[in-house]
Design a protein around this ligand. Structure first.
Ligand SMILES: Cc1cc2nc3c(=O)[nH]c(=O)nc-3n(C[C@H](O)[C@H](O)[C@H](O)COP(=O)(O)OP(=O)(O)OC[C@H]3O[C@@H](n4cnc5c(N)ncnc54)[C@H](O)[C@@H]3O)c2cc1C
Length: 300
């Protein structure tokens, strides 16, 4: 690595570190080369020290949470991947109102609601995301989205931590329009639906997910954003005949054409090739240019 002394300096910050860490272990699609270094901050203070250091030294870095919407290159990442999953925990502020650290799995938020009889987050069931990643991407399904639940966000910016009150303009389609930075935590408000109400919603959403999407296989969910108007991306890709199309170990899911699945030995390149083919074919036939929803690391 071209940053001499980086490992030594980061070790001096007291952070758990791993060198040459395979990224496929940290992404749900199970591809990607190695991260030169992966750092695991355990507190907001550690995260702040780490980010300050990386900024001063101009070290390339990437913030990774559940890894369920990220595609790393097969060549790996030549800097520091900051793994936010170690920043986890949920604190009840009042019944149904919780402050959740970014690396907390969304499943833990749903489980809290089920225990207490407060709901609203069940649409996230089956998504292998963290709360921070779900806020950053405004994850959504079945007409509901993360932004509907968020009251306030704590963000680490260059100048330090900033509290941001969410307003209707803070979230867009699969996007967060608040300040740039690392989301450390979010205050989430759930609704009093009763345990039975929450349980029923979980079952309904889980059944819908199982019936309409590939389930329990490596993927990153939808590859492309749905175009603003007209039919969804999956329908367009299906209509150009790409369902079941494979490249290397990657295949366009026969169940849902906007999902690309790793059958066990896919490289990121295989997935990118399939995405490129889908984009070209949809553009030729419908004149619509599909935009990737997955974060392709190394591309602007
Ligand atoms: C089986 C499956 C089903 C899915 N279903 C859905 C669905 O129904 N709806 C949907 O919207 N998505 C879905 N997804 C996609 C994915 O789960 C969401 O986009 C999710 O929000 C990503 O969260 P994550 O924690 O995995 O983030 P990551 O994939 O780790 O990161 C995603 C992006 O957010 C940034 N980021 C992550 N955490 C932070 C943070 N704390 N602060 C600042 N930036 C951050 C990363 O740098 C990256 O750019 C699905 C994925 C899978 C694998």
């Amino acid at each position: 690595m071209r940053f001499s002394g980086l490992k030594r300096d980061l070790s001096a910050l007291g952070l758990p570190l791993r060198e040459a860490e395979p990224l496929r272990r940290h992404t749900t699609v199970r591809t990607g080369g190695e991260a030169a270094l992966m750092a695991f901050p355990r507190t907001g203070a550690e995260l702040e020290r780490l980010c300050g250091y990386l900024r001063r030294r101009e070290v390339p870095c990437f913030f990774l949470s559940g890894g369920s919407k990220v595609l790393f290159p097969d060549e790996g990442f030549p800097g520091v991947v900051v793994n936010l999953r170690t920043l986890r925990g949920l604190r009840e502020l009042s019944p149904g109102r919780v402050e959740v650290l970014c690396g907390t799995p969304v499943a833990a938020l749903i489980a809290y609601g089920l225990r207490k009889g407060y709901g609203g987050a069940e649409f996230l069931v089956g998504i292998p995301a963290t709360v921070g990643g779900a806020v950053r991407m405004n994850a959504g399904a079945f007409g509901e989205c993360m932004g509907d639940l968020v009251e306030e966000i704590l963000i680490l910016k260059e100048e330090g931590f900033v509290r941001w009150a969410a307003s209707p303009g803070t979230f867009g389609y699969r996007s967060f329009r608040g300040p740039e930075g690392v989301i450390l935590s979010a205050v989430v408000r759930l609704r009093p639906l009763g345990r039975e109400g929450v349980r029923r919603r979980i079952e309904r959403f889980l059944a819908a997910r199982r019936s309409g999407q590939p389930f329990g296989v490596p993927s990153f969910g939808c590859a492309f954003r749905n175009p603003g108007e007209g039919p969804p991306a999956g329908w367009l890709i299906e209509r150009v005949g790409l369902k079941g199309r494979s490249r290397g170990g990657a295949v366009v899911s026969p169940r849902h054409a906007n999902f690309i699945v790793n059958t066990g030995r896919a490289a990121s390149r295989d997935i990118l090739d399939l995405m490129e083919e889908a984009r070209e074919r949809v553009h030729q036939r419908f004149g619509i240019l599909l935009e990737p929803e997955v974060r392709i690391v190394g591309r602007a």
